[in-house]
Design a protein around this ligand. Structure first.
Ligand code: ADP
Length: 193
């Protein structure tokens, strides 16, 4: 059983890679973004509180997301956890370390998907257009203004985790600019090393 974090800016491909790992390795994807969107869509109190923050592109409070993750860690562990979009702050990283220790679990790898900003903007704008073309609606935060704030939040609050996990000897960099299968193969290389 392997527990990993997928780290990288919005649009880096964390969700895409996580879905393939779930499919092929029976791992469990824990996406705090998905959990928060579900809470929003189901109209819970918490969902109402986070909706505006998310639409704007800012981070919701550590307390809320740590609470969501704490609950999930007590459930089925299957082939291991993929943390997708969590942790996003140093406080969340510390909390995850403690929660894993409480469960007798270890974090095996932190996989950083490395991309550049132009690609991110293109991917996210493309994703929004595809959603609309398919007759749906784009995510509330998939617009140029929110994206700028999401990227800023990533660089200010999340990118320090690269140093944090590097110092722990857990960081593995993967080139996120390749094809979906190319990135998948690089991740497989990390998992099987
Ligand atoms: P992306 O990686 O494309 O930015 P996510 O689906 O991971 O998207 O997250 C969407 C939004 O949900 C974030 O912009 C933020 O508002 C909120 N969110 C998700 N995960 C966290 C987290 N770990 N801490 C704080 N806010 C979060």
């Amino acid at each position: 059983m392997t527990n990993i974090i997928l780290l990288g800016p919005p649009g880096a491909g964390k969700g895409t890679q996580a879905a393939m790992l779930v499919e092929e390795r029976g791992m469990i994807q824990l996406s705090t973004g998905d959990m928060l969107r579900e809470a929003k869509d189901s109209g819970t109190e918490m969902g109402k509180i986070v909706a505006d923050v998310m639409a704007r592109g800012d981070l919701v409070t550590d307390e809320i997301v740590i609470g969501l993750i704490r609950e999930k860690l007590q459930g089925d562990k299957a082939g291991g956890f993929i943390f997708d979009g969590f942790p996003r702050t140093l406080a969340q990283a510390d909390a995850l370390g403690e929660l894993m220790a409480e469960q007798g679990e270890t974090l095996d790898h932190v996989i950083e998907l490395q991309v550049n900003d132009e690609v991110l903007v293109d991917r996210i704008v493309g994703r929004a257009a595809e959603a609309v073309a398919a007759g749906g609606t784009a995510r509330a935060d998939d617009n140029a203004e929110s994206l700028k704030i999401r990227l800023m939040a990533y660089y200010k609050q999340t990118s320090p985790l690269i140093g944090y996990y590097h110092a722990k000897g857990m960081l593995k960099g993967v080139d996120g600019l390749g094809s979906m299968d190319g990135v998948k193969a690089e991740i497989a290389g990390v998992l099987e090393a």
